[in-house]
Design a protein around this ligand. Sequence first.
Ligand code: C2E
Ligand code: MG
Ligand code: MG
Ligand code: MG
Length: 280
Amino acid sequence: QAKAEGKGLARRFDPAQFAAAESRRREEADLRRALDAGEFEVHYQPIVDLEGEHTVGVEALVRWNHPERGMIPPIAFLDMAESLGLLPRLGGWVLEEACRQAAAWQEQNPGFELNVNLSASQLGNPDLVEEVRGVLDRTGLPPSLLVLELTESVALVDLVESARVLGALKTLGVRIALDDFGTGFSSLSHLGALPVDVVKIDKSFVQAMQEGSGASVAEAVLQIARTFKLAPVAEGVEDATQASRLRELECAQAQGYHFARPMPAGDLTDLLARQAALSS
Ligand code: C2E
Ligand code: MG
Ligand code: MG
Ligand code: MG
């Protein structure tokens, strides 16, 4: 009897469910179309040296500039792009576009660094190392100026394999950053196993920091970075209090709305020109 009921349920037409599936299908088709239509853009958020507050590099952050819906943030489409298998292509495009742009910025700003995020499927792609090598060759960006960011959750899908791929990437001369550091659960035990150069302190810890208060997670993460000889970058710095507290804790670099929001390449070029004019 239960079986008969189950069958009946499965057959019954559910308009809400149908509409949801329809809308998802439309959105998937839209996303595939967008990649061919060139609707993605890379924005760049300054990474500043906390001492002088000048911009020493940028993080490349993808956006979807949709003809009807306007600028769509990555959180609204990256998971879908990943599940549709579009991220190797989209991520490859972001990498090449950002490296080309960073190579152009080198002319006026030698040593200016570029951070690019890698997804799980990119890390799992056996051609990744060759792809990165090809992009560096084509764009002329010095490998030492490229930092590839991955989150702990991405790195921990297969720790041994991640360590191997990251090691191979490092032979190209690029650096590796652990993104959103501290939000995973096994950070400490795995830090030693991965060839990482930079840790990005997650914004939740930066924002939980109180001036003058005792130990904070941010402080503990900075201590870990020191112990493992990793360069710390604080993410999500939104006010001067957080910036000065991080300075006291000797965090060298930071990123956040307090300094600058992610912006189109042209605006970043203007920012670099203003910065050069001020310092000359
Ligand atoms: P993420 O790599 O941790 O990047 C930092 C995110 O924090 C960015 O969000 C940035 O706009 C935001 N942010 C920066 N400063 C502040 C601040 O002061 N306060 C707050 N509340 N947020 C701040 P965005 O651009 O929306 O990107 C979200 C995430 O999407 C990124 O987090 C990254 O995981 C992913 N993502 C973005 N672009 C790419 C990409 O090209 N490839 C891959 N695989 N992932 C990407
Ligand atoms: Mg990142
Ligand atoms: Mg992050
Ligand atoms: Mg994040």
